[in-house]
Design a protein around this ligand. Structure first.
Ligand code: PRP
Length: 184
């Protein structure tokens, strides 16, 4: 994998802005769910960084669970609309207050399928918290209760989002210059 300095076009969201917004979201969620218990379901893999930072700012009791969903072809960058659950929950969500945590909503196909599935399991409530929302790319409507940042239609990476499987570890969101990025 080539050094990201060779293909980054710009830092779209720096680390301090990410962390500030995530703390605001955590405080809002704490207020909204005061007196309740929360189950936060992270959609692997991109949502992991966001989940782990977000829950540190929530002061109601939080349980975490993970789901994995395959919606892009291997190595592909476009959602196929053909969504498959590859890792399901280990617990019942019946009568629980559930928040689905995502790194990014693009076409909306992934979340639309996850929401449809989870609704059949009778949670007390179900909503979505996404760090990034690329609304311009939406193909199906998805109700989103908490959004970190609306973003333009650019190819972003870092802070959970990969470029060809790498660089999820960066603490900021960057934009890829596709003229400079050459997959190996
Ligand atoms: C990304 C992202 C969302 C989905 C959004 O996951 O984390 O789950 O795509 O796209 P959509 O709105 O068009 O459905 P990806 O499939 O790249 O998996 P990853 O999180 O493991 O990188």
């Amino acid at each position: 994998m080539i050094d990201y300095h060779d293909f980054i076009a710009e830092v779209l969201i720096p680390e301090d802005s990410l962390q500030k917004r995530i703390s605001e979201l955590g405080e809002k969620i704490s207020r909204d769910y005061a007196g309740k218990e929360l189950l936060m379901i992270c959609i692997l893999r991109g949502g992991v960084m966001f989940l782990t930072d977000l829950i540190r700012h929530i002061d109601v009791p939080v349980a975490i669970e993970f789901m994995a969903v395959s919606s892009y072809g291997i190595g592909g960058r476009e959602s196929s609309g053909n969504v498959r659950i590859t890792l399901d929950l280990n617990c019942s969500i019946q009568d629980k207050h559930v928040i689905i945590v995502e790194d990014i909503i693009d076409s909306g196909h992934t979340l639309a399928s996850v929401i449809e599935l989870l609704q059949t399991r009778n949670p007390a409530s179900l909503c979505v918290c996404t760090l990034l929302d690329k609304a311009e790319r939406r193909e199906v409507d998805v109700p989103v209760k908490y959004t970190g940042f609306p973003i333009p239609n650019k190819f972003v990476f870092g802070y959970g989002l990969d470029i060809d499987d790498y660089y999820r570890n960066l603490p900021f969101i960057g934009v890829v210059d596709l003229d400079k990025f050459k997959p190996e």
